[in-house]
Design a protein around this ligand. Sequence first.
Ligand SMILES: *Cc1c(COP(=O)(O)O)cnc(C)c1O
Length: 495
Amino acid sequence: MRREPLLFERSESANSGWYRADGDMPDTPPEELLPSRYLRRERAALPEVSELEVVRHFTRLSQLNFCIDTHFYPLGSCTMKYNPKVNEKAAQLPGLTQMHPFAPESASQGSLQLLNELQQLLCEICGMSAFSLHAAAGAQGELAGILIARAYHQSRGETRRQIVIPDTAHGTNPASAHLGGYQVVTVKSNARGRTDLSALREAVTDQTALFMLTNPNTLGLFEDDIIEIAEIVHERGALLYLDGANLNALVGVVRPGDLGFDILHLNTHKTFSTPHGGGGPGAGPVGVAAHLAQYLPGWVVERSEDVFRLKRPERSIGLLRAFFGSVGVLVRAYSYIRALGAEGLRRNTEGAVISANYLRILLSSVFRLYVDEPCMHECVLSALAQKKRGARALDVGKRLLDYGFHPPTTYFPLIVEEALMVEPTESETKETLDAFVQALQAIDAEINSNPEVVQTSPHSMPVGRLDEVRAAREPILKWTPQMSISGARNTASVG
Ligand SMILES: *Cc1c(COP(=O)(O)O)cnc(C)c1O
């Protein structure tokens, strides 16, 4: 295992990476500046290291990462597409980075115009009537959507207690429904991997607040009964929610508003090429049809004549977080959309779908397809036959790391045994896709010739198999000077 010591462990007293010029700090003794109860009694245990050591430490850490800038990353449902560097350039413009959320509107017209235009662009792409950019991620957008549905039903004097969700849904859907105070009713999928209409007719009643659907669904399949689904849901007075995580298969081709969706969230880190960052800062814009615009969370940016203003929607469900969203992330999404334009966005969608189908056909010689039909932007395979020969989906995924590829999503959707969910995105060349297929063919051959090499992989990574259960149950998130060196080593390897 390649181990990078913590800066604390590297510390040598009297090393220093900073310099204080005369006059940088006041000569006044600290006691006169701050009440004594706020002053330290002992020196802070900060690492004492040189600037070069800091630079090398963080550069080495960054090289331990498996990331989209170094490797193919076909993690299904996550849309790990290339994040164009022009986005970074836009997000670093001083007029944007130096803006304070409390700056008066007159001093922030440029930022507000950008946010207003992004709202308009998302409305146009999705066929919705209004957008709030406030939520921090897809999951928070889901909660916002659920609270909007609740406020809407309450305004009509109705208390509906249930949310209907397909059995293929992402775990955040039922989690958000519970958080919003609803009971979850699950509908099963049919043999084609789509919502079973007769099961849906039974599940949706006058107690249903919302039907939450992902389209294309998490099997990478377009819900082609969507018009009928919308009718079933609306006939019973319920609302139709789109989990927009898979919008990368629709942009520029199909608009969710035209399919009958009342509310949706987007994930800018999936569809609009902003960084996926360990739970945030992110953005999960929420879009609604006209009759729900007054319930949107946070602020929306309105335009009257040539002046841009922040406005709280009339019956807003309130704030989910501080201020008006992760503006730096929204700038990147705006930059992506403007750089590509309508034609470029559509081409990317087509590229994502063609790449997934190319992999689906080539990989079906190795793995069983869950549904043997054309897919949208991702395809779901099963490693059940490989498991019978000694290597599970997990082992195949880990072994791929040795071949220089990030594993696909495994064991999701839950209804597929030994699932491998592959999403290539539009970013990759045919050569990369071919190399990926060859790697999986080679691993499949290894399962016959030398299963142990697959079962004990990865062999070339900085760490081998982690104790994921222990890491989740007993996370050690903070290093303290009392930790023994060996304790610290364990911390670093688990973390
Ligand atoms: C990623 C994802 C989510 C959750 O979105 P976050 O932005 O990660 O909170 C919800 N549903 C589906 C289908 C997803 O792929």
